[in-house]
Design a protein around this ligand. Structure first.
Ligand code: GUN
Ligand code: FE
Length: 462
């Protein structure tokens, strides 16, 4: 199949934390997986001429021309910045627990069953259909991902505890080497490797200070490697962590102390951060994976995303399967919206009473901001903002082709959206409405195609 495609139709993407760009009649040229150029507001009668100006001939054998249906649109791929592949079989279980009991009673026993690749594949293949991780499956499916193994050598059952600091580090190094050895194929040329390793101390409570130390040394020796962990999720967890690391003044300081905070460090949850902790995260360039479904479900609390944004933190969204019971990014966007509205009505006393200006603190997150979190925010958090997240020329084409009207609740007004004879501005207004509905009521059926590096890797349209 051709690797060069010229798309013509409607596109929506983030251009800043507060701005979406709604493009109708756009021409987008994707060559070798990369967005090469975009032309906006192109009359259909002028498509051929515009392509010609860029040196393209529409009926050239090497060029695929895709005209999107009126009412359809393309948006950047959504980025899930935190999930646990081996917890997929537990999805929907454990409603009665908070974090620490949930880990012991449900999560560790389940993860420990993933002893061979057969079991692993089965669990993960399913999860992967929405989006997930794990090395073999993501690679075969052509998905983009960061994949890591949890380091954990205490506070877990014997059958699931790493036996020594040395073996924990050696296994981590092996996985890093293995994943990097995969990266040369099937990816090619200048494209970024689709699967990259991420060092994953599970959380401070599951690592002895000796293991934290050794991981810090490994991190320092490898400036490119990504890092992820859990931070400040649950109140009991915080108390226990501070008891385990009595020299540290805050939970965030534990990770800072061991050299784990730097640009690209993904910190999941961050529900109970103080302003001072937010400032440490900002200063180090680390960022936050906001997992609202999980935080509601495990009764962890509500993260102060507005205050984080006012402090200039990178924030993305995470499904945190199976702490959260909903796969995919859109449910997180919806719950992030609900949480921000609740905080607007019932502000937390600690929520942003510092000296920083408050554009977002205790306010409902606007739609452009929610979508930014789901795309550009995630890309920045993963140190991939130069590669994905929106449709700027030079970035790789990771995208969703949305066809409204396949799921029942996304039905209304589709006929309207496809009405002919509207002006471009009227069509832009329709696109805005369709996009809002997509964010709040669509499901997988409405996503006709999923593209990674310009290649179709999934979607509801056969
Ligand atoms: N903290 C440590 N491990 C986990 C986990 O698996 N899920 C969540 N939500 N929090 C954690
Ligand atoms: Fe998690």
């Amino acid at each position: 199949m051709s690797r060069n495609t010229l798309y013509y139709g409607s596109f929506v993407h983030s251009i800043s934390l507060t701005e979406l760009e709604y493009l109708v009649d756009a021409l987008v040229y994707v060559a070798d997986g990369t967005i090469t150029w975009i032309e906006k507001d192109v009359e259909s009668s002028l498509v051929q001429e515009m392509a010609g100006r860029h040196g393209l001939i529409l009926d050239d054998m090497g060029l695929e021309f895709v005209q999107l249906d009126e009412g359809d649109f393309v948006c950047p791929g959504l980025i899930d910045t935190h999930t646990h592949a081996p917890q997929y079989p537990n999805l929907g279980l454990g409603q009665e627990y908070e974090l620490l009991d949930w880990l012991q009673q449900l999560t560790f026993p389940r993860e420990a069953k993933f002893t061979d690749l057969g079991i692993c594949g089965k669990g993960v293949r399913r999860g992967c259909q929405a989006e997930s991780e794990r090395r073999y499956v993501v690679l075969r499916r052509g998905q983009r991902s960061l994949v890591g193994k949890c380091n954990m050598n205490r506070n877990c059952p014997d059958y699931y505890c790493e036996s020594s600091v040395d073996s924990s580090i050696a296994d981590t190094q092996d996985l890093i080497t293995y994943i990097r050895s995969l990266s040369t194929s099937p990816q090619k040329g200048s494209l970024r490797p689709l699967v990259q390793p991420v060092i994953t101390p599970r959380f401070a409570l599951s690592c002895t200070s000796e293991l934290m130390d050794a991981l810090g040394t490994l991190i320092a020796s490898d400036p490119d490697v990504h890092i992820q962990t859990h931070l400040s999720e649950n109140r009991t967890e915080i108390t226990e962590t501070l008891r385990s690391f009595p020299d540290c003044g805050s939970y965030t300081e534990v990770y800072e102390r061991y050299g784990m905070l730097r640009e690209g460090t993904i910190l999941a949850h961050c529900v109970w951060l103080s302003e001072g902790e937010m400032e440490v995260i900002k200063r180090t360039g680390a960022g936050v994976s906001h997992c609202p479904t999980s935080n509601f479900n495990l009764m962890s609390g509500g993260a102060k995303v507005g205050a984080m944004l006012d402090k200039g933190l990178n924030v993305g969204l995470g499904s945190d399967c199976s702490g959260g019971f909903a796969l995919g990014v859109l449910p997180q966007l919806r719950n992030a919206s609900m949480l921000s509205k609740m905080l607007a009505v019932q502000p937390e006393p600690t929520n942003g009473h510092g000296s920083t200006p408050t554009q977002f603190t205790n306010k409902p997150l606007p739609i452009p901001t929610l979508f930014y979190l789901a795309t550009m925010g995630g890309a920045s958090l993963c140190k991939m903002a130069d590669t994905v997240g929106n449709f700027l020329p030079g970035k790789e084409f990771d995208a969703l082709h949305v066809t409204p009207g396949r799921s029942p609740n996304f039905f209304l007004d589709v006929g309207e959206a496809r009405k002919t004879g509207l002006t471009r501005e009227q069509r832009r207004t329709k696109l805005k409405e369709t996009f809002e509905r997509f964010l709040f009521v669509s499901d997988d059926r409405d996503i006709a195609g999923v593209f990674v590096q310009g290649r179709r890797v999934g979607g509801s349209r056969a």
